[in-house]
Design a protein around this ligand. Structure first.
Ligand SMILES: NC(=O)c1ccc[n+]([C@@H]2O[C@H](COP(=O)([O-])OP(=O)(O)OC[C@H]3O[C@@H](n4cnc5c(N)ncnc54)[C@H](OP(=O)(O)O)[C@@H]3O)[C@@H](O)[C@H]2O)c1
Length: 340
């Protein structure tokens, strides 16, 4: 297995020797996907393909993102990428490099999937390189789909309608935008949270999220809180009604140390605690486990999210059909679990 490439604005990426999918993240070499992908590739008959990690720093320089995307776009055997953590920053830096962005990517200003297709307008002989392109670079935001599938996998049916519970989402990054947008979608009718509370360490992300929610019509009350200290998140958590869902969408416990709350925070009674991550210290889930019995909590890590998130992007990058449920999806989940 090749080591992850630490990207800089000067990195000379080695041209891929066989069809390669990239994983753009922070500590990609530690992800289970490095073990899972070869098994999926065999099961899905993708051929002789590779996965390669590319690590960027948290909120990296825009030229780093441009370097990475330029390489993938122009290297013939580089097929595409899954983007985590950098979804918003990468699209902000590279928007002009994409020939196609799906409606979610346009609305949410993020991409989790980068893929390529031959240009629908073939080039006349002699034309190429600059000007018109022979390859279309496509960006999709798959998180609204994969986070929705993941939350439905652990929430009891009709949970919001039956309980009148709320959601507290710590973090206002790409995945938080996706999951909150999913939950407020009109298609759920009366089965939507009574209120959504979002907090973020820095203020600008909250503004971006607010704008996106506004475009969606914001059909349920949403509060946006600037919460630079864990104690701020504790205070917001203490407002939650029983059966509410508290989400760690900050990456803390994996991308950074610790948790967005202190040990003094009390989870809502009969509530649900969900960390978007499944690896790392996962301090937030330890904090929930310490109260699980007393407060009757349901605790969920990011494993199912991982399986849905990756399969949606693999399907796009390799242009294959992968179901989201049923026997084939069960096989894919089992293979991932065995290799985890
Ligand atoms: N299981 C899976 O397959 C899966 C799928 C998607 C995402 N994830 C994970 O979920 C995490 C979030 O992903 P993302 O793409 O949304 O990342 P992101 O865009 O970097 O968002 C993280 C957000 O959390 C905020 N934050 C950090 N510390 C905080 C605190 N103490 N209180 C409140 N907000 C805080 C950050 O604020 P600033 O603006 O101040 O930095 C940032 O806006 C990542 O670790 C990612 O790997 C896992």
């Amino acid at each position: 297995m090749a080591e992850a490439i630490q990207a800089t604005a000067q990195t000379q990426f080695p041209p891929a020797k066989k069809t390669t999918m990239y994983f753009i993240g922070m500590t990609t070499g530690k992800s289970s996907i490095m073990r899972v992908f070869p098994r999926w590739a065999e099961y899905l008959k993708l051929g002789d393909v590779l996965i390669q990690g590319i690590d960027c720093k948290w909120h990296d320089d825009r030229n780093v993102y441009r370097r990475v995307v330029d390489f993938i776009k122009n290297d013939p055997l580089s097929a595409g990428a899954l983007v985590t953590t950098h979804k918003l920053d990468l699209l902000k830096a590279c928007r002009d490099m994409f020939e196609y962005l799906d409606p979610y990517a346009q609305l949410m200003g993020e991409v989790s999937s980068i893929s390529k297709r031959p240009s629908p307008h073939p080039l006349p002989q002699g034309e190429g390189e600059r000007g018109r392109v022979s390859v279309w670079l496509r960006g999709h935001a798959k998180d609204p789909i994969s986070s929705g599938l993941s939350v439905e996998a652990f929430l009891p049916p009709g949970h919001w309608e039956k309980t009148g519970a709320e959601v507290f989402c710590m973090g206002a990054g790409g995945s938080a935008i996706a999951v909150t947008s999913y939950m407020m979608d009109a298609r759920h009718g009366a089965n939507r949270p009574k209120r959504i509370i979002v907090s973020n360490r820095s203020a600008p992300r909250l503004e971006e999220m607010k704008e996106i929610h506004h475009k969606l019509g914001c059909p349920i009350p949403v509060e946006y809180h600037h919460a630079p200290r864990p104690e701020d998140n504790d205070a917001l958590m203490h407002q939650l009604k029983p059966y509410s869902l508290a989400v760690n969408a900050t990456g803390l416990g994996k991308d950074g140390p610790g948790s967005p709350i202190t040990n003094a925070a009390r989870f809502p009674e009969k509530g649900l605690a969900w960390d978007f991550n499944y690896r790392g210290e996962l301090v937030f889930l330890d904090q929930a486990r310490a109260q699980a019995k007393e407060r009757q909590l349901t605790i969920e890590d990011g494993w199912v999210y991982f399986v849905h998130g990756w399969t949606r992007v693999v399907a796009e990058v390799f242009d294959v059909d992968i179901p989201t449920s049923g026997p084939k999806f069960e096989d894919i989940s089992r293979l991932a679990k065995e290799a985890r």
